[in-house]
Write a protein that binds this ligand. Structure first.
Ligand code: PEP
Ligand code: MN
Length: 331
């Protein structure tokens, strides 16, 4: 049971009172004035609670295994703020950038071009979770430092993937959004720690995760106190071999019904092919996603990772123009 308190209730006083009157195990939450209260996992006597605790606005029974990410908990869409940039609700963003940061000049060229196309958030991997230990693993902290300098210079926001709890401090210093990759969607220790951060988290769906498991991973972050979670559908593994993964397009409207969190789509990792990225992006936009994240490279043929699914500037520009046309006509 979720119990919401009135706006003007002092949460500390209310909690003291609950501890005093009952033996109930509860945890409290505070996501701003309209969303503060307590969560009780066991069966409780509603009348008893209502009679003994002042300032209750509403009691909501959430029948899903996840609570705080559910639509029952919060009816209106969550808008994630990345400084002055917003994702969710009416706010849509196209995120672009290389799979991995490779060198300063290359990243600068990509970032400058994307900025010119109106992009506000750029991506760049520094710590790469590669399938083979013999593949390029990323440049690490030095890459983050350079990307931070360039994105500040160009007034862009930066998203990069974190793979270990040990790097949280460094990421806090250099990135605007922490990305949790598909391979770490169920790294629960990492998720719990990110729940204590106050920067936005871009959580990608694991390639064999159900939507329920995906939302439970988001719940790990949100139940820790960080509501700034952007979900990302990036394709799931199926028997189909013509694409790297299979984009689960229905995940977008399904998640919109189940959760208030924004959901974006990554058609690059979903398809593994640059020639399919635009079609999947446009389909995702039509399905109602809150953003698209694609890989863009100045020289995809020679990229150190995922060149085959990376767009050149012109293709990115054309895709982005169509995305905005579709959004204008549909929403
Ligand atoms: C990435 O975005 O670079 C990445 C590794 O994606 P995923 O975790 O979805 O495979
Ligand atoms: Mn990649």
């Amino acid at each position: 049971m979720i119990i919401f308190f009135e706006k003007d209730i002092d949460i500390e006083d209310a909690l003291d009172k609950i501890i005093y009157i009952s033996e109930i195990n509860f945890s409290h939450f505070n996501f701003g004035e309209n969303y503060k209260g307590i969560y009780i996992s066991e069966d409780i006597d509603k009348e008893f609670i209502l009679k003994n605790i002042d300032g209750i606005r509403e009691m909501v029974q959430v029948n899903k295994p996840y609570k705080f990410v559910s639509r029952e908990f919060k009816k209106e869409d969550t808008i994630v703020h990345i400084g002055n940039v917003k994702i969710g609700g009416e706010h849509f963003e196209t995120i672009g950038g290389p799979c991995s940061f490779e060198n300063e000049d290359g990243f600068m060229e990509i970032a400058k071009n994307l900025k010119e196309f109106g992009v506000k958030i750029v991506r760049g991997g520094a710590f790469k979770p590669r399938t083979s230990p013999y593949f390029f693993q990323g440049i690490g902290k030095d890459a983050l430092k350079i990307m931070r300098r360039i994105t500040l210079e160009l007034d862009l926001k930066l998203v990069s993937e974190i793979v270990s709890t040990e790097d949280i401090e460094v990421f806090n210093e250099y990135v605007d959004i922490f990305q949790v990759g598909a391979r770490n969607m169920q790294n629960f220790e990492l998720l719990k720690k990110l729940g204590k951060c106050n920067k936005p988290i871009l959580l990608k769906r694991g390639f064999s995760a159900t939507i329920e498991e995906f939302l439970l991973s988001a719940e790990y972050i949100v139940s820790g106190g960080n509501m700034n979670v952007i979900l990302c559908e990036r394709g799931i593994r199926t028997f189909e071999k013509s694409t790297r993964n299979t984009l689960d397009i229905s995940a977008v409207p399904v998640i919109k019904k189940l959760s208030h969190l924004p959901i974006i789509v990554d058609p690059s990792h979903a398809s593994g092919r640059f020639d399919l990225v635009e079609s999947l992006a446009l389909a995702s936009v039509s399905a109602g996603c809150d953003g698209i994240m694609v890989e863009v490279h100045n020289d995809p043929e020679n990229a150190l990772s995922d060149g085959c699914q990376s767009l050149k500037f012109k293709r990115f520009y054309n895709m982005n123009k169509k995305i905005h046309k579709i959004r204008k006509s549909l929403f």
